[in-house]
Design a protein around this ligand. Structure first.
Ligand code: ZN
Length: 278
């Protein structure tokens, strides 16, 4: 499944190719994605539009047009985007095609069809249901750890579970939550409300570092991401705790522990990660 760093890498690749291009027309070959594709809405808000910029919110790609409507794409479990400059036979999983004026095209391919393609009318983004309730964007320049502290200071649920709850913070994911908590020296079971402002600041900075490192590693293969094969690749991350149960901690040598939390695996060092109390 594409995680935030992968989606951000795709955004950067699209940003190099798409702005200034006009979508001449589009073809919906398969409307049955996670939610049915609204052909009328796409035709009204996307066809004929000139692309202005490519943004990202959580794992949604936002392709913004000069006339203020927006094409929103989520890659789901297995989605990818192909940018083609020559005609090519359709793959059976090529569900939606955006044709540009100059003979190039963008294809949305998604074998498992958990992805999403929709359009947002000008001025409606703030109330768009799938975006309206999203929490803090960890890499946004205006993100403040104080917001997270204020929102979460009375919660008793484990910090690891909160980091994976998009109502509070978006796009962290299981691997990055484990890694950030390790570097911040916080036991994943720590009740969220035990974190003070300082600890939130420290934790957020480590979340940002972990995500940025993943993006940098993806960035080295940027050209492969929106390629003609639609392969999104997978980040070869060097991980400190995730997937390392029983192996020695990189800092103290103690064996890394694995426990189940909220249905997901948590990996941590019992020596280096403190269970904080109020
Ligand atoms: Zn350790």
């Amino acid at each position: 499944m594409p995680e935030l760093p992968e989606v951000e890498t795709i955004r950067r690749a699209l940003e190099l190719k798409l702005p200034g291009k006009r979508i001449a027309n589009l073809l919906i070959r398969e409307p049955r994605l996670r939610w049915p594709v609204d052909a009328v809405k796409l035709e009204q808000l996307v066809a004929g539009q000139i692309i202005k910029s490519i943004d990202r919110r959580a794992k949604y790609l936002l392709i913004r047009f000069e006339r203020e409507s927006t094409l929103i794409i989520h890659l789901g479990m297995s989605g990818s985007l192909l940018f083609l400059t020559e005609s090519r036979a359709f793959d059976k999983h090529d569900h939606i095609v955006f044709y540009f004026e100059n003979d190039s095209e963008l294809r949305f391919r998604d074998p498992r069809r958990f992805g999403m393609v929709d359009a947002i009318a000008p001025g409606m983004e703030a109330v768009y249901p799938r975006l309206a309730h999203l929490g803090v964007e960890p890499l946004a320049p205006n993100t403040s750890p104080d917001n997270l502290y204020e929102k979460a200071r009375f919660l008793k649920r484990p910090i690891k579970n909160l980091l994976m709850d998009a109502r509070y913070i978006v796009g962290v994911g299981n691997i990055y939550a484990n890694e950030a908590l390790y570097y911040a020296g916080i036991d994943p079971r720590t009740p969220t409300g035990s974190l003070g402002r300082k600890q939130w600041a420290y934790l957020l900075s480590h979340i940002q570092t972990v995500l940025k490192n993943a993006i940098d590693q993806g960035g080295t293969t940027l050209n492969d991401f929106v390629n003609s094969n639609g392969e999104t690749g997978y980040f070869q991350l060097s991980l400190a705790v995730y997937g390392r149960e029983g192996e020695p901690c990189l800092q103290c040598g103690q064996a890394i522990k694995k426990i189940a939390m909220g249905g997901r695996s948590s990996f941590f060092c019992p020596e280096c990660q403190a269970l904080l109390k109020k």
